[in-house]
Design a protein around this ligand. Sequence first.
Ligand code: ADP
Ligand code: 5GP
Length: 213
Amino acid sequence: MSGGILVLSAPSGTGKTSVARALVRESPAFEFSVSATTRSPRGEEVHGVDYHFVTDDEFDRLVGERALLEWASVHGRRYGSLVSEVDRIVSSGSFAVLDIDVQGALQVRERAPEALLVFLLPPSGAELAARLRGRGTDQADQIRRRLETALEELDRAEQFDYSVVNRDLSESVEAVRRIAEADGRSIRRDARFADTIARLKSEIEDVARRAAS
Ligand code: ADP
Ligand code: 5GP
């Protein structure tokens, strides 16, 4: 298996960080692409492992030097994938795993059309809300904002190559691994895909409405 770029995107709370981290932990053919961000470290996060934590000026410099494959502002902070990091991993023959937001994923599509774009879906709107609450990192109003963003992100899901419903974590990791190995067992977009997106959107609208009241 030769390397490549594997982009994992999903509405916040779906589990993309969990899937990405498990994938790189379990399989030496996958390496996490450590992004640069202007946000501060949280909890146990380590510089160079979770993110390269940089100042606004440093981020401007990276943008100016075209050192980022893509970048986006997410909830007021900037995040970007380093070209140097992605190139190093891909040229070593591994998959560079990019855990990035949907705007960033679609920039990767433009800049590196050969990249594999995988969209993770929550099993249901209620489960997405439960995971956001269960993670315990967000206040109620932030959860509502993430659910609203989820609706916009789901509208872009059809631009991805594959989707995987993240029900059971280890099954999702396995499905993503198989996709990358071109043993595609998971769902290629098909006629039912639009129905799945429509159902999830209506469920999320429902839980967001209830969260607001
Ligand atoms: P994301 O990176 O998409 O925002 P996280 O990886 O932080 O999501 O996961 C959100 C929450 O959901 C976490 O508390 C995580 O432990 C949990 N989670 C992730 N995947 C699953 C799964 N398949 N089943 C149940 N809970 C999950
Ligand atoms: P967090 O602050 O919770 O670590 O990440 C917030 C969001 O930013 C998540 O959706 C995460 O996937 C996304 N993100 C992390 N790194 C990058 C990156 O390099 N580029 C883009 N576009 N998004 C990123």
